[in-house]
Design a protein around this ligand. Structure first.
Ligand SMILES: [Fe+2]
Ligand SMILES: [Fe+2]
Length: 164
């Protein structure tokens, strides 16, 4: 692999992390009573997304929607069959209860994502219009309407938000 392609991959990873970190920092700044600092974090986060998307495109990471769905299925499947199961074992071995809880949530939700993507890939242009709802506690994602109780973390329907 060329050094520039390696650099693009590293830059994509770094900028992607910076985006999510700055959004978390913005929420913390709002909570701490610093709305202007929060706004600055959100502005920088937007800029990091622009960088990340350019790096992803330039390293050849954006293909057709069919190929992107296949890539997403592979990524989610790796997470729920290999990555999270190993991390769950580590957290169990070290008695890190909170990490164990969230690894377990994420593990369950990545399988749900893989299945939603598989369904989308199978139907593509005939995919029926539906709404998507996400649990704000564990990330559980579902179609049509929020359940009364989240099947992954047991949170109530109020924990769900609809994604536009
Ligand atoms: Fe996922
Ligand atoms: Fe949940």
């Amino acid at each position: 692999m060329s050094k520039t392609i390696e650099d693009l991959k590293a830059a994509f990873a770094g900028e992607s992390q910076a985006n999510r970190k700055y959004l978390a920092y913005a929420a913390q700044a709002d909570k701490d009573g610093f709305p202007q600092v929060a706004k600055l974090f959100r502005a920088a986060a937007e800029a990091e997304t622009i960088h990340a998307h350019a790096h992803l495109r330039l390293m050849g990471g954006l293909r057709s929607t069919k190929e992107n769905l296949e890539d997403a299925i592979a990524g989610e499947t790796h997470e729920f069959t290999k990555m999270y199961p190993a991390m769950i074992e580590d957290a169990q071995a070290e008695g890190h209860a909170q990490a164990l809880r969230y690894f377990t949530f994420a593990n369950a939700v990545e399988e749900v994502h893989a299945n939603l993507y598989k369904k989308a890939l199978a139907a593509m242009d005939k995919l029926p219009a539906t709404s998507y709802h996400v649990c704000s506690v564990c990330g559980y994602t579902c179609e049509d309407h929020a359940p009364d109780k989240c099947p992954v973390c047991q949170a109530g329907a109020k924990a769900f938000f609809e994604v536009k």
